[in-house]
Design a protein around this ligand. Sequence first.
Ligand code: IMP
Ligand code: MG
Length: 178
Amino acid sequence: MKEIRILDKNFREMITEDAIHQRIGEMASQMNKELKGKDVVFLGILNGAFLFAADIFRRLEIPARISFVKLASYEGTKSSGSIKELIGWNEDINNKTVVVIEDIIDTGHTLQRIMDELVMRKAMEIKIATALFKPGAYKSNITLDYVGFEIPNDFVVGYGLDYDGYGRNLPAVYTLIH
Ligand code: IMP
Ligand code: MG
């Protein structure tokens, strides 16, 4: 198994690039069917979701817009719990179907914060798509509509996810070796 080092930590390959792309193809087909005929805005959550958002978005065959917002709640390898400000809203989502695009959903705190904002801005319908999901860490009851991979409650990097800013460029997902 492929191992890499980022800063002071070692990681092992967990989801290959091929597996990610196959799964994204499946998710995009599902979206093409389910979102057909709707007025759709994709909302990518920066920084982590930029690769997943691009990969999903280019496979869409329905008319859709995309916009990005930024909000960070993570420092080092543990969720800090403190939620920072949301920046970059410029899309009118009133009466639209909003598809939130996340890299990973861990505790769900970030997602809750985004949901509150979407409800406040009167989105007509909200769908959640995430490349990775840690069911063991999830503390919310918001339904996730499109989940790429369910993973154990361990720290991962790659495919947009970082360890102290590094590792986002890795085309596969790697898990921390303890
Ligand atoms: P939540 O608010 O606890 O769901 O955390 C969501 C955010 O924490 C994600 O958007 C990531 O930026 C970050 N995060 C959660 N788990 C990991 C991980 O395993 N590796 C890197 N970042 C993570
Ligand atoms: Mg994120």
